[in-house]
Design a protein around this ligand. Structure first.
Ligand SMILES: Nc1ncnc2c1ncn2[C@@H]1O[C@H](COP(=O)(O)OP(=O)(O)OP(=O)(O)O)[C@@H](O)[C@H]1O
Ligand code: SF4
Ligand SMILES: [Mg+2]
Length: 337
């Protein structure tokens, strides 16, 4: 298959998502922007509650009440995803983009065999005879490295190990030959060796099919392993974005620096002490004014507590939102008011 690396698949602009709870509005995603091109693997990292999954659900049209998109746009190959009819939405989810979730047991039906579920997934996408659907299902299981696939087709989810179930989930995500695969923490429930195998598998499949991947994770090590570019999220915003080298070797945002310092490194001779990021995540019902990272930031200035920092271009395709990057921050803030 010829892979066009430069075709823009997804364009997200100023996306806002809120949950309207009895306690008030939770601004889970507060204005994020990014583009995704074919063949690219983008990592989305950030601590728990930073809006990684909500953003993915918004793309998939899977947001549930009381959550809804309150602003911005999502375009797929130039088409407005937020204006899709439910039929278009279904076809988008079935044929263009698919998602694999953190816990396969919540997505696999315990009372149907793996074969039944895979064949149903194949038939949802293509009108093909059952024997061909079965052959396709077996082909997918082989692709994701499941041995003895004919036998596995007859088994129920509980009869497989966690790693195998995750492989089945990946196979389900791939049956429609998607242009974009969204993988939401697909390896966190697995032990480290199996995690490494699954990441390796996803890398291989990505090379083979040329699909783009949005890889959501807490784990910067995984990002270094598989991603081309990275968006670092904090409190519903992308605070830094760049290619993997920028984020690992030239991080500009104090939160990214904190993430890197809290991560074990095996590539350095002298092992530095790991430093956790002090403080607690933002209360999304009552976020602080100014920079959301302000209350936890060792570099926090007066202006940070008053006004949100702008996104600053710090290199080719490398941006960060921090007042430290603005030459005359006080003047800039005053002008913006
Ligand atoms: N149904 C809901 N009702 C109210 N708030 C919600 C709901 N679902 C998510 N949120 C809020 O949206 C914010 C973002 O949640 P999200 O699940 O995207 O976080 P995440 O970055 O994926 O975290 P994790 O790493 O734990 O999966 C959180 O503050 C969460 O409390
Ligand atoms: S804007 Fe201020 S508080 Fe926010 S990360 Fe930068 S220095 Fe820290
Ligand atoms: Mg999540």
């Amino acid at each position: 298959m010829e892979i066009n690396m430069h075709k823009k698949l997804l364009e997200i602009k100023n996306l806002h998502v809120s949950f309207f709870t009895p306690a008030g509005e939770v601004k889970a995603v507060g204005g994020i922007d990014y583009d995704l091109y074919s063949g690219e693997v983008m990592g989305i990292v950030g601590e728990s509650g930073s809006g990684k999954s909500v953003e993915a659900y918004a793309i998939m049209g899977l947001l549930q009440s009381p959550g809804r998109v309150t602003g911005g746009s999502i375009k797929f190959e130039g088409r407005d995803v937020l204006a899709f009819t439910s039929k278009e939405q279904q076809s988008f989810r079935g044929n263009e983009v698919s998602m694999i979730f953190q816990n396969p047991m919540t997505c696999l039906n315990p009372v149907y065999t793996i074969g039944n579920q895979l064949i149903e997934a194949v038939c949802c996408h293509d009108v093909i005879p059952k024997n061909q659907a079965e052959a396709r299902a077996i082909e997918m299981l082989t692709l994701v490295g499941i041995n003895n696939p004919e036998q596995r087709m007859k088994q129920y989810p509980h009869e497989l190990s966690g790693g195998m179930r995750q492989r089945v989930m990946i196979a389900m995500g791939l049956v429609c030959d998607p242009k974009i695969l969204i993988a939401d923490e697909p390896t966190t429930a697995l032990d480290v060796t199996i995690q490494a195998q699954i990441i390796e598998l996803m890398k291989e499949i990505q090379k083979l099919t040329g699909m783009a991947i949005i890889f959501i994770t807490h784990n910067l090590g995984v990002v270094a392993e598989i991603c081309d570019k990275v968006s670092v999220m904090y409190a519903g915003k992308i605070v830094e974005q760049g290619c993997v080298e920028d984020i690992f070797y030239k991080p500009k945002h104090p939160y990214t620096l904190g993430l890197l310092k809290s991560m074990p490194r095996v590539d350095e001779e002298q092992h530095e002490r790991l430093i956790p990021i002090e403080g607690t995540p933002v209360d999304m019902l009552n976020p602080p004014p100014g920079c959301p990272f302000g209350p936890r930031c060792g570099f926090c200035m007066k202006i940070c507590l008053r006004q949100e920092p702008p996104q600053i271009e710090v290199g080719d395709c490398h941006t960060a939102a921090c007042w430290l990057l603005v030459d005359d921050a006080e003047k800039e803030a005053a002008d913006a008011q």
